[in-house]
Design a protein around this ligand. Structure first.
Ligand SMILES: Cc1cc2nc3c(=O)[nH]c(=O)nc-3n(C[C@H](O)[C@H](O)[C@H](O)COP(=O)(O)OP(=O)(O)OC[C@H]3O[C@@H](n4cnc5c(N)ncnc54)[C@H](O)[C@@H]3O)c2cc1C
Length: 403
């Protein structure tokens, strides 16, 4: 009998965890496992706000894929360019590939909701290089302000669109980074403005209100301004236009605009032949795509309803890594002609950092804020490393400065 080919697209939390679990369960004789990823490294998407603000180096947030896969997995560094699930074919920059089982884990893209100018003028935390670009853009603005003979202080204004999880984590890092930058570039701190603009009437929807209040207070102490319930309606080269009231608009000039207000699945999903909404596929209970028994979807490309709450689970690394374990097991089940298992989410809660030294947490049955929550965040980050690469990777890349 032909050895089946298992093709895993994307080496993010979902794809890499699937590959790492498969390599423990399926030998090279039983199946060919191919992992395709744009880069030869995995980056910790959940650390990108730190790279973007410049509080950690880009290299700290990545590690070589080769370090965590064994000989059972063939890694191909290539960009996926097209997926056709009806023909069981995937087009990549390394050529066309076919499969018996496909795992689609190509992650997220920023959602700009059709707001004019955002695609062109706003930066985003879409991947490691995009985060690096934010860091360098901010530094460039600070450096050129210092050189300018006629100074335009709006160069030192940073606008963050979105007060959800990603926006708040980024603001926390910026709150710590701005004083460092000011020292580095000899800029009086009062010249710098960091403004968070959010369309919804609240910050961090879904989080406990007391913790949200704590987060807002802490960020305000670091000089972060909030404009809540005021949607961005346009971005230009100069800044953003904000809707302040029925017929009231304000244009805020800014040297840096970062859009962190929503994600969708990878656009390749939309032309794959599987039905999707905002490039997210409503998966069946065993994580397979509707109508395609040989296609699994993991992470931010998957849409899964929390039936109890009547709304979808938010796309997180936590759920992506758990889905990956079920997917690996289900592929093994299918290879053995066994029934597949249902994915059951074990929600461990959420921890939102407010810089490296502060956080809020509603996790492991407790609500916490401050240093304890911040220590928990580092434990969560280290756990993700441990689950993929064991003790060695955790020791090498982990975060151990708890105070
Ligand atoms: C700043 C930030 C902070 C976050 N914090 C948290 C948190 O604290 N906790 C939490 O649980 N979640 C958090 N999230 C969400 C979490 O990071 C995502 O839900 C998670 O990364 C999804 O995993 P994934 O495998 O679907 O995608 P990703 O981890 O994004 O991986 C996708 C992979 O696919 C690759 N890829 C993409 N396109 C192609 C292509 N065309 N060809 C080849 N390869 C490609 C990418 O290079 C990448 O390796 C955060 C997200 C951000 C941006």
């Amino acid at each position: 009998m032909k050895r089946p080919t298992i093709l895993v697209l994307g080496a993010g939390y979902g794809g890499l965890t699937t590959a790492v679990n498969l390599q423990k369960m399926v030998s090279g004789e039983e199946a060919e496992i191919i992992l395709v990823n744009k880069n030869d490294y995995h980056y910790e998407t959940t650390w990108l706000h730190e790279v973007g603000a410049g509080t950690i180096a880009p290299d700290a947030a990545r590690y070589p894929i080769a370090k965590v896969i064994n000989n059972n997995v063939r890694f191909v560094q290539a960009s996926v360019e097209g997926i056709d699930v009806n023909e069981r074919k995937v087009q990549t920059t390394a050529g066309e590939m076919t499969y018996d089982y496909l795992v689609l884990g190509l992650g997220f893209e920023g959602e700009t909701f059709g707001i004019p100018g955002l695609d062109k003028y706003a930066l985003s935390l879409a991947n490691l290089n995009a985060a690096r670009q934010i860091r360098e853009h901010i530094e460039y603005q600070f450096a050129s302000w210092s050189l300018d003979e006629v100074k335009d202080d709006s160069k030192l204004t940073i606008i963050v669109g979105g007060a959800g999880f990603t926006g708040i984590e980024l603001l926390g890092e910026l709150g710590n980074r701005v004083p460092e930058l000011c020292k580095e570039f000899d800029i009086p701190q009062e010249k710098v403005r960091v403004l968070c603009v959010e369309a919804a009437p609240m910050v961090l929807p879904g989080f406990d209100p007391t913790l949200v209040e704590y987060a807002k207070t802490q960020l305000s102490k670091k000089g972060i301004e909030f404009s809540i319930g005021t949607p961005v309606v346009e971005a230009t080269e100069e800044g953003v236009k904000i809707k302040k009231g029925e017929d009231e608009f304000e244009f805020v000039k800014a040297g840096t605009v970062i859009w962190a207000a929503g994600v969708r699945g990878n656009k390749l999903v939309e032309t794959s032949g599987i039905e999707s909404n905002r490039a997210r596929i409503a998966v069946r209970k065993d994580m397979r795509a509707p109508g395609f028994d040989d296609v699994f979807v993991v992470g931010d490309c998957a849409f899964l309803l929390n039936e109890e709450a009547g709304r979808p689970y938010p796309p997180t690394a936590q759920i992506a890594m758990q889905q990956a374990v079920t997917i690996a097991r289900n592929i093994k089940h299918l290879m053995n002609d066994e029934d597949t298992e249902e994915f059951v989410y074990d929600d461990k809660g959420a921890v939102c950092s407010l810089g490296h030294d502060d956080a809020i947490a509603d996790a492991v049955g407790r609500k916490m804020a401050g240093k304890k929550a911040s220590a928990l965040k580092k434990i969560v980050d280290n756990r993700a490393l441990y689950l993929v690469g064991g003790v060695g990777l955790t020791v090498k890349k982990g975060k151990f400065k708890f105070i």
